[in-house]
Design a protein around this ligand. Structure first.
Ligand SMILES: [Zn+2]
Length: 394
């Protein structure tokens, strides 16, 4: 019995020994590992997620001993070796975006190793950023680069504002930025050309200087040059007000000049020209103050008005004197008639041609209406013949 037991122990020990030898022999018969590798050298993971990373050894069946895993940034990504498969590990990400290098390494001097670069990103955030960028791309895409006009300026500016409002991360996802830059350059080019045209007009206006009648054509040319610009270019003319003032000033010059011509046409002042002179004077009064200052012959006009007034006064005086003389003469005549006839009141009938010295004259006895007055009144009313009977007629 004791012997059997001993034999059994020897048998077991023998089997164990053979097995161990077999394992050692098998192990020593395997080639040593040349390298580790993965199917993908880089990997992208979402935050708060897990993933398995499988390494392979080359050659496939080989000795590689004990391995360890290292994460270059454990805050971003931690790595947990798989208990059952030493060439597989589990990657666990947190709420931090970043990049970590995961290394598998043979634990021995000059151990073989391999690395994988893993990027951890917030995929929902990135989806939002891409959406924002897409909106800007759509805006830019609406610009027709081949038919861009200055009226598109505000659209281009809108694009730029939207673009600038994006975060730096979102900007990375914009694909049409070069189109926006092209559009901006195009607008700048158009603007520069408008500015050039406008400056040419502005220079022309500046060259007018002090406004005189001789500048009329120059001012008209400025106006034509300005009107020839399109509405957008017009906005770049900085001295439109100067042109408008020059035009107004020119109007004053023209009014003043017209008036000067009118004053010249008066010529020698006579009383017959009173109405004409007063018409010119009233035209002068209606001129704006600025135009009045430009009338050169104002002195001649006021002198003419003065002459008219003097002539009128002279004429009135002459008429007054003539009237006085006439009245005197009439009185004188009446007096001399009365002296000649010696009659104060005389009498006559409306139809008769004679006057009578007495109302009782027989020739008047049948008359119903008998008028009376002075001799001159009788003469003036057609009763100038002295009666043959009572007034010494013959
Ligand atoms: Zn008589």
């Amino acid at each position: 019995m004791k012997r059997e037991k001993k034999n059994l122990i020897f048998l077991i020990a023998g089997i164990v020994l053979v097995s161990l030898l077999g394992v050692v022999f098998y192990q020593s018969a395997l080639p040593t590992v040349q390298s580790f590798y993965t199917d993908q050298t880089s990997l992208v993971m979402d935050i708060h997620s897990e993933d398995n990373l499988k390494f392979h050894a080359d050659p496939e069946r080989c000795k590689y001993g004990k391995v360890e895993y290292i994460s270059s940034d454990p805050d971003v990504l931690s790595v947990i070796p798989d208990e059952t498969d030493k060439l597989t590990c589990k990657l666990v990400s947190f709420d931090l975006e970043g990049t970590a290098q995961i290394q598998i390494r043979q634990v021995q001097k000059n151990g073989v190793n391999a690395t994988v670069l893993v990027k951890v990103e917030d995929k929902s955030l990135i989806a939002e950023l891409k959406e924002d960028a897409e909106c800007v791309d759509q805006l830019i895409g609406q610009l027709d680069l081949n038919q861009l006009s200055y009226s598109d300026k505000s659209s281009v500016e809108e694009c730029r504002t939207a673009y600038n409002a994006l975060s730096d991360r979102a900007l990375q996802y914009v694909t049409l930025e070069s189109n926006l830059v092209r559009a901006e350059n195009e607008i700048k080019k158009i603007e520069a050309s408008y500015q050039k045209q406008a400056e040419a007009v502005a220079d022309q206006v500046d060259a007018v200087g002090e406004v005189t009648l001789e500048k009329a054509q120059l001012i008209e040319q400025c106006r034509m040059a300005y009107d020839a610009l399109n509405d957008e270019a017009k906005q770049f003319v900085t001295n439109l007000a100067v042109l408008e003032e020059a035009e107004e000033e020119l109007d004053f010059c023209l009014s003043a000049d017209e008036l000067d011509q009118l004053i010249l046409s008066i010529g020698e002042v006579t009383l017959e020209k009173e109405e004409a002179v007063m018409r010119v004077y009233s035209a002068y009064s209606r001129l704006p103050e600025s135009a009045k200052k430009k009338v050169q012959r104002y002195g001649i006009l006021t002198a003419a008005v003065g002459v008219i007034n003097t002539l009128k006064a002279d004429k009135a005086e002459a008429e007054r004197q003539a009237e006085e003389a006439r009245k005197l003469a009439e009185l004188e005549e009446q007096r001399s008639t009365e002296e000649n006839t010696g009659y104060g009141i005389v009498y006559w009938t409306p139809k008769g041609k004679s006057y009578h010295s007495r109302e009782s004259c027989p020739t008047l006895s049948r008359s119903k209406t008998i008028l009376s007055g002075s001799v001159s009144e009788a003469k003036n009313s057609g009763h100038g013949d002295p009666c043959n009977i009572c007034a010494g007629g013959s």
